[in-house]
Design a protein around this ligand. Structure first.
Ligand code: IPE
Ligand code: IPE
Ligand code: MG
Length: 224
């Protein structure tokens, strides 16, 4: 059984397009099916007592995809935000979105702010959805704000300020790269890569990744 439960799990949700293509479907069907995997991960995480779940939903680089895919994804975000409201409230989950919010539409920004405010009393778990985010952008914006402030602790200016660093980072779809996700925050994070495509990543696959994490020996540069 699992003897070590991470406090913070981060996931690069990849492989939606390939999942759809394998079925002769448009890529957007993969994104839609991927929402079900998000739900499965939330449910299992709450059940296990995981405190933070970070999901990379849309990178700064993803803006360069065809307009039709970008707008389908933005519509899916708004739809999912509205659909998940009750479940999040019921389970005591605080919903937050981190990233370059200035690039999002007013409609999406309003939906995000409304759900964040409505769920802010949730103390069982916090979900952080990274939208229009890149790790380099985060460090650059933190550095700019820190110097304007005359501050010294960069971490306090990252969008993740106050959130403990991820213990575990999972990437689906077989790619073994970070693709500009949290660069600063994963300094000592355990990495788990799986070939499973995101729409197929459900409870069983998630538990397998958590099991793998529980077997890791974390040393943080020290001698044990
Ligand atoms: C991940 O799936 C979702 C986003 C990056 C928005 P992809 O859309 O990257 O799917 P693949 O990697 O092309 O299969
Ligand atoms: C990473 O997936 C970004 C998200 C999951 C949101 P990509 O599909 O954009 O990454 P690359 O292009 O394979 O590196
Ligand atoms: Mg991809």
């Amino acid at each position: 059984m699992m003897n070590k439960i991470p406090r913070h799990v981060a996931i690069i949700m990849d492989g939606n397009g390939r999942w759809a293509r394998q079925r002769g479907l448009d890529r957007v069907f993969g994104h839609r099916e991927g929402v079900e995997s998000v739900r499965a991960v939330f449910e299992t995480s709450v059940e296990l007592g995981i405190q933070y779940v970070s999901l990379f939903a849309f990178s700064e680089e993803n803006w360069a995809r065809p307009d039709s895919e970008v707008s389908a994804l933005m519509s899916l975000f708004i739809k999912s935000i509205n659909a998940e409201r009750e479940t999040l409230l019921k389970n005591g989950i605080h919903f937050r979105v981190l990233g370059n919010r200035a690039r999002l539409s007013p409609e999406l920004n309003e939906a995000i702010d409304s759900l964040d405010a409505a769920t802010s009393a949730g103390t069982r778990m916090t979900v952080l959805i990274f939208v229009s985010y890149s790790g380099k952008w985060d460090i650059a914006q933190a550095a700019r704000r820190m110097s304007a402030d005359g501050g010294e602790d960069l971490e306090k200016y990252l969008v993740t300020a106050g959130v403990p660093d991820p213990d575990l980072l999972i990437r689906t779809s077989g790619e073994q790269r970070i693709s500009n996700f949290m660069l600063w925050q994963i300094a000592y994070t355990e990495l788990v890569f799986t070939d499973v495509l995101w729409p197929d990543f459900r409870r069983e696959q998630y538990l397998a990744a958590l099991e793998e994490y529980s077997l890791r020996d974390r040393r943080f540069g020290k001698v044990k």
